[in-house]
Design a binder for this molecule. Sequence first.
Ligand code: SAM
Ligand code: SF4
Length: 334
Amino acid sequence: MTNFTKQEIIDILKDNSRNDWLFSHADRVRKDNTGDEIHLRGLIEFSNTCSRTCKYCGLRAENSRIDRYRMTVEEITECAQKAVNAGYKTIVLQSGEDYSYTTNTLCKIIETIKKLDTAVTLSIGERSFEDYKAFKDAGADRFLIRIETTDKNLYNQMHPNMSFENRLRCIKDLKKLGYETGTGCLVGLAGQTIESLADDILFFKDINADMIGIGPFIPHPNTPLAKNPAGNLTLALKVMALTRIMLPDINIPATTAMETLNPKGRIMALQSGANVIMPNVTTADFSTKYEIYPNKSGTGEHIEQRKQIEDLIKSIGRTVSKTQGFRKDNKSSK
Ligand code: SAM
Ligand code: SF4
């Protein structure tokens, strides 16, 4: 395992002459530690309603031009059943921070989906320790909540009325409760420095994250950052590759934002350290309304398109995992 210092990370991020070495080294570390299997996680975007106002996100509460929806318990569990029938071994439940789904309702959804013999990942934002404990007791296995940036000033600028300390508290509570805990960052926020990206990578290492999602920022027209340029895909891939080298056995998705910036983004990520894809399995009527940013790749994707994803995986000499894909499975499959 390589432990780069902050200065070494900064040097690598600033120097583009060694990118080929970086990407192939990360690919080798991925192969040696997680093998050639790719885990497919079926993503259900069950509500685009959000009480937060993150400046970069199209779902922010102040965007009045979005057609809001909330899937019913039945719609969510039916969608999960279809995804499991199609072969998915993990269901990811993602939404805005929508407190109209009570702790009890979410627990019922988790319990119903767990009966389908699948892993359940939540990505529903900040809740109390007690809520996280109730979801865990109901059977939830994993939780994704990005720190977004470890630069506290930048965090505060981007997240009005939110607290960096509470974000950290959430991540630590999830770890304490025994969730496989995923976090990550956005790359390309205005005012973000290479130094702060290096701190992000060191943070992932420090908390021993089980999953890391790195997403290039993509501007949304109905947000305060509408006129800002998109993040740089190569830089995002470099942050991801360094994360793989520093945390060899974790699960790292090829993120949708990478594919949105470049149709080959998904493959590039899979060949630079990623070992997970999260295809959208939400009913198309809803997923087109889950507009975090415009032209989101995979929007309106259908469960039936799994075959195309499997073919893509085979075309680069990799295989689709038949396990639920926990971090510990990676260790035992070495
Ligand atoms: N509401 C939950 C949360 O914030 O953790 C989960 C859903 S949120 C839409 C999932 C992720 O989308 C966020 O962690 C953020 O990094 C990403 N995201 C939001 N707006 C984005 C944008 N304009 N470009 C790229 N990624 C974005
Ligand atoms: Fe809401 Fe998550 Fe978007 Fe922030 S990033 S506005 S919490 S959906």
